[in-house]
Design a binder for this molecule. Structure first.
Ligand SMILES: CC(=O)SCCNC(=O)CCNC(=O)[C@H](O)C(C)(C)COP(=O)(O)OP(=O)(O)OC[C@H]1O[C@@H](n2cnc3c(N)ncnc32)[C@H](O)[C@@H]1OP(=O)(O)O
Ligand SMILES: CC(C)C(=O)C(=O)O
Length: 481
């Protein structure tokens, strides 16, 4: 049973309203089929829209495999080791450490982790392999002697990949997957610390009944039980649609997987449409229990889903992400070093500019918000850091991730009196009367308009000293003198 084609959104009426003067563009959009014509969307009596996420899923960073395979210069052993240690420090407990059959470097890295006993007892490593006998053999060689590992086998299951890339029909591909899975069972089935994972690559374009048939077959073959569950990891290898479609696909699997208590339902979103985070969040509402991704969203093309944003999105909802982000700038520095890619200044939670307001009304609100926050803490007899957070324009307290408040307000031609006054108050301890704030802001704005530049706090102080010397009495400035 499949759902009828969903109705068009209210915005897509063919009769364009007179208030919308947009014209047809020269974009060749007709070349692309909507997702609804590319894959059957299973009928879902949807539950996910009414769910809430109240606990963190199991996070599985795949930086050392999916992230690494997307780098122009894959990580050297020293970089891989630093990244691995960082993830351990942050609290990740299941970490994909590589594709050991891909290269000697990948193989050696996994061997070093095992031989040098670098994997803490409560951490499970994941090793990745295609469904090819010689590469499976090499993968097991890599984890020889490990205490705990997940052997993760993948094969593309979507029609185009079956037809064009692999050259199998549905039956012969299933046969090929099961043969490889038997090999894996044979090599690892008796080893207590070894568990199995399967990814039907390009799950989002795979017929749902085929995905179910293959996954359920593997659950059976691998003898999954609650004590030794299998992971079925359902990747949006390339994003194809709005996140609600992915959520429907995940909920369909959640409701149709056999031995559900013996299956860990995992997701692996990429970010081709820029909606990887939304896909993961809706997928968790739809039944996913485990999320694979990369720190700050490195990975193939536009990247894997960003585990930092996902974790801190939970934090900002009052849910413990179970990962330590308290030194986020240090985390960022290590990841930038290892990947040789910079994190964007606007990156959620971590970018250099994300706790900074240049614009006047935002600054005014932040200034009032901080004052209100401090006063509320005083009234309650508590430290401000323990009080519920409600400062406007700052979705979380920057201090939670190790930032101070110095960059919260910066002044340029978009700023107003509130921002200027805030900086002089916090940096110089001077509280200006409202009329002085207004007049000073006018002077500052004239300067900023002429130079087109930001003004430093020292420059603001100079403007105050020049034009309103009678108000330039500051504790901080006195201390400097
Ligand atoms: C979505 C993902 O991220 S998938 C992971 C992708 N990551 C990587 O590819 C990084 C590491 N890869 C490698 O180092 C190499 O590709 C290797 C060592 C695995 C294989 O190398 P090669 O043997 O030279 O093969 P090549 O790279 O051309 O791979 C394509 C072959 O693998 C087959 N193949 C692709 N995926 C799979 C799979 N999951 N299971 C079995 N066979 C597969 C293809 O059909 C093709 O076979 P053909 O040559 O008979 O047509
Ligand atoms: C095979 C899986 C896990 C993957 O990396 C992808 O589909 O992007």
């Amino acid at each position: 049973m499949h759902s009828p084609r969903p109705s068009a959104s209210p915005n897509s009426s063919p009769a364009q309203p007179q208030w919308n003067p947009q014209q047809s563009s020269p974009m060749p959009s007709h070349r692309y089929l909507p997702a609804w014509d590319r894959v059957d969307v299973p009928l879902v009596d949807r539950d996910w829209p009414t769910h809430r996420t109240t606990s963190a899923p199991l996070w599985v960073p795949v930086d050392l495999r999916d992230g690494n395979q997307a780098l122009a210069e894959p990580m050297d052993p020293e970089r891989k080791r630093r990244f691995f240690e960082l993830m351990i420090t942050m609290g990740y407990k299941e970490i994909e450490v590589g594709y050991p059959s891909a290269s000697q470097a990948d193989f050696d890295f996994v061997r070093d982790l095992v031989r040098l006993d670098l994997i803490p007892d409560d951490v499970t490593i994941v090793v990745f392999t295609p469904a090819r006998a010689e590469l499976i053999a090499r993968t097991f060689e890599a984890v020889e002697g490990v205490r705990k590992a997940v052997v993760h086998m993948y094969t593309a299951t979507a029609p185009t990949w079956r037809d064009v890339v692999l050259g199998y029909d549905r039956n012969s591909l299933r046969h090929m997957i099961f043969e490889a899975a038997c090999d894996i069972l044979h090599r690892g089935g008796d080893r207590p610390g070894i568990r199995f994972e399967f990814s039907p690559e390009v799950f989002v374009l795979t017929e749902p009944d085929y995905a179910i048939e293959v996954c359920n077959g593997l659950t059976e073959l691998w003898q999954a039980c609650p004590d030794r569950p299998v992971v079925h990891n359902l990747p949006a290898t390339v994003e194809i649609a709005t996140p609600n479609l992915y959520a429907d696909q995940i909920e369909y699997m959640h409701k149709n997987l056999d031995r559900r208590e013996s299956v860990i339902l995992s997701v692996h979103p990429h970010n081709d449409r820029g909606t990887g985070v939304a896909c993961a969040e809706l997928a968790v509402l739809a039944g996913a229990q485990r999320v694979e991704g990369c720190l700050f969203g490195n990975g193939e093309r536009t990247g894997n889903v960003d585990l930092v944003t996902l974790g801190l999105n939970l934090h900002a909802q009052g849910v413990d992400p179970m990962i330590d982000f308290t030194h986020l700038d240090d985390v960022k520095a290590v990841v930038e070093y290892c990947n040789r890619i910079e994190v964007h200044p606007r990156h959620p939670y971590a970018g250099s500019l994300v706790y900074t307001a240049f614009s006047g009304t935002h600054q005014d609100a932040i200034k009032k918000g901080f004052a209100h926050h401090r006063a509320a803490a005083e009234r309650a007899g508590r430290d401000p850091s323990e009080m519920p957070w409600a400062v406007p324009y700052l979705p979380i307290d920057p201090a939670d991730v190790g930032r101070d408040y110095t960059a919260v307000v910066r002044v340029n031609s978009q700023s107003g009196k509130g921002g200027v006054a805030y900086l002089l108050e916090t940096e110089y301890g001077v509280t200006l009367p409202r009329e002085v704030q207004v007049a000073l802001a006018r002077k500052v704005q004239q300067i900023a308009d002429v130079t087109g530049r930001e003004l430093t706090v020292a420059q603001l102080w100079d403007v105050l000293c020049t034009h309103f010397p009678e108000h330039a009495h500051s504790r901080a400035a006195d201390a400097v003198r």
